[in-house]
Design a protein around this ligand. Sequence first.
Ligand code: MSP
Length: 528
Amino acid sequence: MGPSDSSHYCSKKFYITTPIYYVNAKPHIGSLYSTVLADVGARWNKLRGAQTLFLTGLDEHGQKVADAATKAGRLPKEHVDALAPEFTKVWQEFDCAYDTFIRTTDDYHVKAVQTWLQQLVDRGDVYKSSYVGWYCVGEEAFITEKDLIIDPNKKEPICAFCGRQTRKLEEEGYFFRLSAYQDRLLEFYKTHDDFIVPKERLKEVVSFVESGLRDLSISRSTLSWGIPFPTDTKHVTYVWADALLNYISAIGYGDSAREKEFAYYWPADVQVMGKDIVRFHAVYWLAFLMASDFALPKQLMVHGWLTLGGEKISKSLGNVIDPTDLYAQYGSDVVRYYLVRYMAITQDSPFSIEDMENRATTDLANDLGNLVSRLSALVLKYIPDGVVQTPQAFEESELALQKECHDMLSEASALMDELYYARAYARIWKFVQQVNSYIHAQQPWKIVKTDMVKFSQIMSALVHALHTIAIVCEPIIPQSSAHILATIGKEYAPACNKDYITICREPWNDTFVVRACEPLFKKYDIQK
Ligand code: MSP
């Protein structure tokens, strides 16, 4: 199911994107967070049988990147070429299995942006004018007066969003008629109240648009690091107008040979981003798409910030956590699990190593890891070839476990589809605990001495339950999921229209060949 192989398009598709990251410094834990969330969404939909396209990439133009290159003593292109592999390395370490990786300096993207701008000019949505304003390089945006903080000790006002000093810019340039889209945008929000997840964040967007939209400057003449404006090459394209287009250029917009691919994947099903850039996506991006008569993305999944000591983790604050260090110490699954399960998208979340070690010990090593090793040891001790057959019938206690499993599948699937991954995995862990309670209640190590029939029933019920757990955990802890499946002799092979959730709901009548397994997770010394 290659992303550009249009001859094999599946009836169900799922297109998910991350923001493209500024290449001013190496990726940090905040960048990893957006990417892991999108990876979980992509894996979940693959598991449901959709043809999934997961796009990520790099935002390589603009003042911020140009300034970082100057500071590093490199040309901008040298700078981004040197840093790009740092991003792909981290995504690989953390099993972020993107299908397409875009860099905004790629030729096909440059061409797509120019084609799009030319069309806007032709349609009269872009005009030339001049502008004076305060530009914030951190935000890569002009800041309106109400969002400027005047500091009597500083020459330039401060940006209220990120606290950095703005620069005064006075230039002639090209403007997009954003103001013309105000009513259509408001109408869209009104009729699509689930467009932003979590819903509460839509309110901020609505009040921003209601307060009045001004036309948007989409070119710069004082900067040379950018995509040349097609009708006037003394100007380069404003970095956000260039960057947002990546979501469609990556799937073939602007290339006549890829029309089918574009028609198949667009609109995006879910676009993941942090709350700091929701305005760019929920206002500018939608207006750009409206201007081109393209469908609008179905949902924006907007997460809060990861914080350290109460402050946003950010490159400019210098409090970054290097994902590669985390990977060296904890591997991929522990970090992914902690980010997705405990950093809820609905709020800012403190990232704490101690808390992560705690959760890894209790949830992963104790709840899940012990369950797997205990089950494998029990089976191999009493069923030497490890073959766990389906019993003639299950008793009430096993049927009750099966019902808990089905309830979990319904509730967790609904939460996953609503994009509340943290809550979905909390629900899945409730089931892991129910399975542990079932073992404690049944005491198979005692039953085996007197009643081999009941023992087989218990083992079969447990392996079926574990199979389902391994499947639903694939998106969040793919490596451990693969180990569990190998331990119970199963493979995971997602395919078009093969819905693993439906498969997990089938009657428990499978045979499993259980193997010995190494401990899946490490325990951390919590006292330390
Ligand atoms: N280049 C733009 C996005 C363009 S998309 C067309 C950009 N890049 S960024 O590198 O600054 O940020 C990318 C993503 O990382 C954003 O979703 C942002 O919210 C996220 N994070 C950066 N720091 C973060 C935290 N401390 N916590 C959580 N996510 C944060 O914006």
